[in-house]
Design a protein around this ligand. Sequence first.
Ligand code: CP
Length: 299
Amino acid sequence: MPHLLDIRQLDDSAIEQLLARSAELSSGAACHRRSGTIANLFCEPSTRTRVSFEMAARRLGLEVVNIDQAASSVSKGESLTDMARTLAAMGIGAIVLRHPDDFAAERLAATLPANGPAIINAGDGIHAHPSQALLDAATLAESGVDFAQMKVAIVGDLRHSRVARSDIELFSRLGVAEIRIAGPASLLPEPHPWPQVTRMNNLDAAIDGVDIIICLRIQRERIDAQAYPDGEAFHRDWGLTEQRAARLPEHVRILHPGPVNRGIEIADQVADSPRSLILEQVRIGVHLRTALFEWLMPA
Ligand code: CP
């Protein structure tokens, strides 16, 4: 069974196929039915990703089991591999895994036999969140963006963001014209890992002339309490405030993978404004994940 571990493993035709199929489903095309059972194994909190994978699976006719890590035998010391083998023995065809450790999905997939369950990385540490990047690209494509012309700024906590890493990987593959990142030095990756990305140390300069702004939440759960920035100061210096949004040209659109910390990385009024595609990302996420199950699971 194939896996979805990160964007790098996808060839160009798979990316094209997934985005095209997501667009078809979003316009009302019928799902290609599948049979079997998938498991959601979330070892970190989630609303959007867990629920949308569940909805996508049910739309295809798949059964879903949601495993609460705290109530599972992982909490008694069972390894993820033994857990996955146990689920496979019951006939589980795919495991959607969210995990706090970088490369957890890749490590798990490497321990399973070729006929074992598909592993879908639903976010692992700061490493990757491939389905989020795909749904971000699907949302942009549906909003009419031409990737070859698109200038995007990704702002906020890049250092701890798996979404930013997967977005940058995918946007680069899609031939996006310009990618900028901006945030306080303490929240940018060091050393700068992406030669194709411009790092900026001022938000106003970073968003000047772009078409798309992606705001990121400060990943409180991955930062020492003492190092967590002051929310008010962060909003003033690095937040998409109403004043900043008012200066943007009409066509500029704003994305945020969620969950949103209103009043910190983005003002209430901006998150709820017509330029915000935040809920469109959530809507399209269900279609993109439906396309993913169709692609991963045999008919
Ligand atoms: N974007 C995202 O991964 O959100 P959840 O943590 O709610 O799944």
